[in-house]
Ligand binder design. Structure first.
Ligand code: CP
Length: 304
């Protein structure tokens, strides 16, 4: 089953295949299903980029989209995630895309449903499609990941983006640096080295900023001096290497993680990341659905 749950389940070869397919889709080429297929998008947490780029990706592939809204569904009557997904499978969904507030929500589903599950973000856990679109953006810029220095800044502890990216970038040969407030360091994430913000910014080929995840904090963080202490100010941007780029998964807290004037500066790839999200998600859907097509073709021949 071609689930996509965490980046560490993909081999380097599979990652390169997805990035190749994403680039093909960007060039206007690539696989499309030959028959009607349905995909359901289940978002239990707010989203703009992931939700709508999945929907655009699905429509570009010619898929029928079943948009699910938790507040207008039987979840309000107490239906579990498992029963909801099993219901969509019975109705005819060929795959489900799920964002959920619980870390590892997918453990309740693995082995119990027979359609692919694509993780669109689980709590503080993982965000594999964000990671793939980030990799695509870095690959387009530098051609490869080996020996690049990528610094990840800010709320490392609560960030599923930091977890997914640090693991895969390290595995692909990049040097990952972390920087940010001590209370948001993550001792469980050993795929990077903590350094001071100015050192991280001046050494990096990619400066990746993270949103402060206010919704996952027990106490509201004071963001008043955050930009000057930990963020990308105009002064720090001048210390970046000549060719270095700025990334942020967005949404951005303007003038907190990054000076608002830098969001669309020449070095910024923030909107390029969002654009690449459509192509990366098309490639992920292809991986999930092509296998179903293949299994159904094989079964048809066996029955014949
Ligand atoms: N980067 C990201 O996941 O954005 P959304 O929360 O808007 O989907």
């Amino acid at each position: 089953m071609s689930n996509l749950l965490m980046m560490n389940e993909l081999t380097n070869e599979e990652i390169m295949e997805i990035l190749y397919d994403a680039q093909q889709y960007k060039l206007g080429d690539g696989w499309k299903p030959s028959k009607m297929m349905f995909v359901s998008n289940l978002f239990f947490e707010p989203s703009t980029r992931t939700r709508f780029s999945f929907e655009v990706a699905e429509k570009k592939l010619g898929l029928e989209v079943l948009n699910f809204s938790a507040e207008h569904s039987s979840v309000q009557k107490g239906e579990t995630l498992y029963d909801t997904v099993k219901t969509l499978e019975s109705i005819g969904a060929n795959a489900v895309v799920i964002r959920h507030q619980e870390d590892h929500f997918f453990e309740d589903l693995i082995g119990k449903v027979s359609i692919p599950i694509i993780n669109a973000g689980d709590g503080c856990g993982h965000h594999p499609t964000q990671s793939l679109l980030d990799l695509l953006t870095i690959q387009q810029e530098f051609g490869s990941f080996k020996d690049l220095t990528v610094s990840i800044h800010g709320d490392i502890k609560h960030s599923r983006v930091a977890r997914s990216n640090a693991e895969v970038l390290t595995r692909l040969g990049a040097n990952v640096l972390f920087s940010g407030p001590k209370e948001w360091q993550d001792p469980l994430n050993t795929n990077g080295t903590y350094v001071e913000v100015d050192e991280a910014i001046s050494q990096s080929d990619v400066v990746m900023l993270l949103r402060i995840q206010h919704e996952r904090h027990e106490q509201k963080a004071n963001a008043q001096n955050y930009l000057s202490e930990y963020g990308l100010t105009k002064e720090r941007e001048k210390q970046m290497k000549k060719h270095a780029i700025i990334m942020h998964p967005a949404p951005v807290n303007r003038d907190v993680e990054i000076d608002g004037d830098l969001i669309e500066c020449e070095r910024s790839r923030i909107f390029k990341q969002i654009e690449n999200g459509v192509f990366a998600r098309m490639a992920v859907l292809k991986r999930a659905l092509q296998q179903i097509n293949h299994i159904q073709e094989v079964n048809k021949h066996v029955i014949c």
